[in-house]
Write a protein that binds this ligand. Structure first.
Ligand code: SF4
Ligand code: SF4
Ligand code: SF4
Length: 689
């Protein structure tokens, strides 16, 4: 530890910390611009200059390490003059006319100018016209507002692991560039937006942001709400700024979160999409008249109509579909309404076919070993070898792809990709390119290869059962069937060997395998994970990517069944009640819902896709407008999310709508308050239940 004095106050800090760390730890403010606690420091802007041991040569506090006995002064006339000079040159070198900037009122550069009372420039402005890049739907980059602090570049390297950004050109032409001088829209940028979050000026702008800051210039009116994104099961922590019930921006939480390996990164779904509307809002109940037109009706009329029709079908022919983006409470009520209230023949989630083999594969595995569960996605951050089997986390659980990329670059993690797309190119160690659905052939070949090698895990008690299932296999023939050429077969052999030699391998399996109607491929992927010791307490070295935020809860509630199929659903032609989220348009069921006698849709948006098939529409809030609990991807965590903005006037909370329908069905649970319902959902879903 080092004992130092800052502005006359004696403080003790760890050796190796910087002066800025020491000051922050002890609540002493030093102004900064290029420094941000979420990324490394580089001492570029010199706003944080301080006096050390009385020397007239000022030091950058963000990079200067502490030394025992050091005496630091953070403010005096000399320091203030130096900081003002820094600021004046920054303002003179680019176009910083704040009144035309979307970040005005929420800009660190502007705030510093106010703080240092910089109301005019004493140096001549000397900026050129720089380009504005609007080639990305969500973000614009206006190089005229850039102070070249490099925070975006470090965020892209250190948080996102994408390494897209860098400096290009020299001197006064210096710019932040994408890849090798590309525009953002043609670069390898993945649009996560962490560069934008860390940008201290208006240089990187959210194109969907509500510009209240410009109107009011008053951030103090904002409500800042700690929440999380429930859309893919990773439950990323968010900080949402709201004014007058409008969301201004959603940011990731860059402070360290206990047990979470991500560093504040969000994806487009979490950061940008809630700011735009997923369609025309449905604000009143509606029924379709005999001419095919839609007319508004009262809540009572709509509810009576739905219940009246569904009650007549109790002898069969009905089914229910729910979005697995709904909360635990909504899913529980919907299942009970359909199964106990209306005796539905079939219930499923809108994307059930994407994980149709999951339930049966786990049931099969239990016959070999009891009590195993899947690993948490967070454990990928500790793996030294990752095998992706038919999985593209960049599409479903974006943050996992960031974790893997960072693992490759920071810790030399080796990655094997089995599937049609090389998801970590160009950093994949072994790429086994096989068509969608052929991944199980490679998995079986891996099992057989390992069984016949010196790496065979002789200790495994269940080995005989697995060996009996695999039987005698011609590995070369299997790989040929999978479509691997000589290069692919060579990569396969290395992958098999390295998997068994790895200290802490992890398998990530995705949609291409879980959606196969036959569970064999998924079961054998589980066996492959079983060949290595478990991660901890009966946790298999396997992470299963699921299509939606609350798919794990839907599976546990048996809302997503092992026999999920669009053809099966289409056999029930009488009544369907559909509980939608904002993912209706991508449901594989959509094209199979023709010819129904009756279709009721409960949805936050007017369901354009079903406008000519549905009979009754009932509105519900979007997930940002109501409270609820959500289950993590691995089913091991349940988190409560409060409402971030108000629901539209006249739109009831979903749980009350579902409860009102239940009162009109055969099943009448008594949940007086949301809390009672929540307790019931927790009882069913808590880990180990
Ligand atoms: S959006 Fe993400 S990937 Fe793209 S440049 Fe910014 S930090 Fe890098
Ligand atoms: S774009 Fe923003 S974060 Fe990046 S260098 Fe410029 S001012 Fe700094
Ligand atoms: S990775 Fe998942 S939880 Fe995180 S922001 Fe994206 S959709 Fe939301």
């Amino acid at each position: 530890m080092a004992k130092i004095t800052i502005d006359g106050k004696e403080v003790v800090v760890e050796e190796g910390k910087t002066i800025l760390d020491a000051a922050r730890q002890h609540g002493i403010r030093i102004p900064t611009l290029c420094s941000h606690p979420a990324v490394s420091s580089w001492g570029g802007c010199r706003m944080c200059v301080v006096e050390v041991d009385g020397s007239p040569r000022l030091a950058a506090a963000c990079v200067m390490p502490v030394r025992d006995g050091m005496k630091v002064v953070t403010t005096n006339e000399n320091i203030i003059t130096a900081r003002r000079v820094v600021l004046e040159f920054l303002f003179a070198e680019r176009n910083h006319y704040c009144m035309f900037c979307g970040a005005s009122g929420d800009c660190e550069l502007q705030a510093l100018a106010y703080e240092y009372q910089m109301d005019h420039l004493t140096v001549t402005q000397s900026f050129d016209k720089f380009p504005v890049d609007v080639t990305n739907e969500y973000m614009a980059i206006d190089h005229n507002r850039c102070v070249l602090c490099g925070r975006c570049i470090r965020a892209c390297h250190e948080i996102s692991g994408a390494h897209v950004l860098g400096y290009q050109n020299r001197g006064t032409h210096n710019l932040v560039g994408f890849d090798l001088d590309d525009i953002r829209g043609e670069s390898t940028c993945m649009g996560c937006g962490i560069c934008m979050q860390l940008c201290p000026t208006g240089a990187i702008l959210n194109r969907y942001r509500t510009h209240h800051a410009v109107l009011g210039h008053d951030k103090t009116k904002w409500k800042v709400i700690d929440s999380f994104c429930p859309q893919c099961g990773l439950l990323c922590p968010t900080v949402t700024s709201v004014e007058n019930d409008y969301i201004i921006k959603i940011e990731g939480k860059t402070e360290a979160q206990p047990g979470r390996p991500d560093r504040g990164q969000l994806c487009q779904k979490g950061r940008f999409e809630p700011l735009k509307s997923a369609g025309k809002r449905l604000l009143k109940p509606m029924v379709r008249d005999t001419n095919g037109g839609w007319k508004e009706v009262s809540w009572k009329t709509a509810m009576d109509l739905v219940a009246g029709r569904m009650n007549t079908y109790k002898d069969g022919g009905t089914f229910g579909l729910a979005s697995a983006r709904c909360s635990n409470e909504e899913l529980l009520l919907f299942r009970d309404l359909m199964v106990k209230g209306w005796h539905a023949n079939y219930v499923d989630t809108l994307h059930g076919p994407a994980y149709t083999s999951l339930t049966s594969a786990w049931a099969d595995l239990k016959k070999v070993v009891l009590g195993l569960q899947e690993a948490s996605w967070k454990q990928i951050a500790e793996a030294d070898k990752v095998i992706l089997v038919g999985a593209n986390p960049g599409e479903s659980q974006f943050l996992i792809s960031g974790l893997i990329r960072r693992g490759i670059l920071e810790r030399g993690v080796q990655v094997t990709v089995i599937g049609p797309v090389d998801v970590t190119a160009p950093w994949t160690t072994h790429y086994l390119p096989v068509a969608k659905g052929k991944e199980p052939l490679v998995v079986k070949a891996l099992l057989a290869e390992i069984m016949s090698s010196p790496h065979k895990p002789v200790h495994l008690k269940t080995w005989d059962k697995i060996a009996a299932e695999i039987g005698k296999v011609n590995v070369t023939e299997l790989l040929k069937q999978a479509g691997l050429d000589d290069e692919g077969r060579e990569a396969f052999r290395w992958a098999a060997r390295w998997y068994m030699e790895a200290k802490n391998p992890m398998i990530v399996v995705g949609n291409n395998v879980t959606s196969l109607p036959d569970a064999t491929g998924l079961r054998q992927t589980m066996y492959l994970a079983l060949l290595r010791d478990v991660v901890q307490q009966n946790t298999l070295r396997l992470v299963v990517l699921k299509p939606n935020g609350n798919s794990a809860a839907a599976l546990k509630m048996r809302l997503a069944t092992e026999k999920s199929s669009v053809e099966k659903a289409a056999t029930w032609k009488r009544g369907l009640v559909l509980l939608a989220g904002d993912d209706l348009a991508t449901s594989p069921f959509l094209n199979h819902l023709g010819g129904l006698e009756f279709l009721a849709v409960i949805s936050p948006y007017f369901p354009e896709e079903l406008a000519d098939k549905a009979h009754v529409l009932i509105p519900k809030p979007i997930w940002l407008e109501e409270e609820g609990t959500y289950t993590s991807l691995d089913g091991q965590e349940i988190r409560y999310k409060k409402a971030v903005v108000s629901r539209p006037r006249g739109v009831d909370e979903s749980w009350q709508t579902l409860l009102a329908l239940m009162q009109r069905s055969e099943f009448h649970p008594t949940y007086a308050r949301w809390r009672d319902l929540n307790a019931k959902a927790e009882e069913e879903l808590r880990p180990g239940a």
